[in-house]
Design a protein around this ligand. Structure first.
Ligand code: F6R
Length: 242
């Protein structure tokens, strides 16, 4: 595990963006696993800034997002489809057919999960998986549990997750209660994982995830077993590491 700490948000976003861009430059047909939420917003902004300088192209890149809420209209401003369009996809030359987000409105969610896993398999392995970290240690929407699920599945979002994501909605009651999420098996199969965490409110969970016991109670702790994990933290999130 390679852990780097940054004293400014700009430097952290730049470092994360450079890892993504470097992956595309060395592997033009890269398969990227992408995340949403507050953490990647500045990273995507920096990726778009560099893209506009014409140094690389997404023409041959394929992307798979980690998750999408269940039963949220695709054009709802807080759907992860809308998020990806507004923060990244509408600004780059990634062909629409090459970006994948689970369909939270699928009539048969189990079938959609199977279809999503097959699409990931067909694309080969994910070269680089970008991850944020939930306050309860979730990655994707793999919430703490007695057992974790390998592939894409429907999940009931934990109370902490609903509360954390209420900031994007009018109230906590408006946050969708379920999501489709890539499983930890798929996440851990990525060739390289880039975990980015910001903020003092994540310092405890960063410590548990990176230096605590490996347990399904903290799904991110499984990342300790990954042979190619890069962790980028701001100073506040790194505050409790020893
Ligand atoms: C988002 C995702 C989640 C977030 C996590 C942190 O696609 O899968 O695991 O990365 O909830 O969210 P923020 O960045 O909003 O603190």
């Amino acid at each position: 595990m390679n852990v780097l700490t940054f004293d400014s948000d700009d430097k952290l976003n730049e470092a994360a963006a450079n890892i993504i861009i470097g992956q595309i430059q060395t592997t033009p047909r890269a398969v990227l696993g992408l995340a949403t939420g507050g953490t990647p917003v500045g990273i995507y902004k920096q990726v778009v800034r560099e893209f506009n300088r014409g140094m690389f192209s997404f023409r041959n890149v394929t992307t798979f997002n980690l998750d999408e809420y269940v039963n949220i209209p695709i054009d709802h401003p807080e759907s992860y489809h809308s998020y990806m369009n507004s923060h990244l996809f509408s600004h780059i030359d990634l062909p629409a057919a090459q970006c994948h987000i689970p369909d939270g409105n699928a009539a048969d969610p189990a079938d959609e999960c199977r279809r999503y896993d097959e699409a990931i398999e067909l694309s080969g392995q994910i070269d680089l998986q970008l991850l944020g970290l939930g306050h309860n240690g979730h990655i994707g929407f793999n919430e703490p549990a007695h057992a974790l699920i390998k592939g894409t599945h429907v999940v009931d979002l934990a109370e902490e997750t609903l509360e954390a994501n209420a900031r994007f909605f009018d109230s906590v009651d408006d946050v969708p209660k379920q999501a489709l999420t890539m499983g930890v098996g798929t996440i851990l199969k990525a060739k390289k994982i880039l975990l980015v965490v910001k903020g003092a409110d994540k310092a405890d969970i960063v410590k548990r995830a990176l230096q605590g016991p490996i347990t399904t109670d903290c799904p991110a702790s499984l990342l300790q077993t990954h042979p190619n994990l890069i962790v980028l933290l701001d100073a506040a999130a790194a505050g409790k590491l020893s």
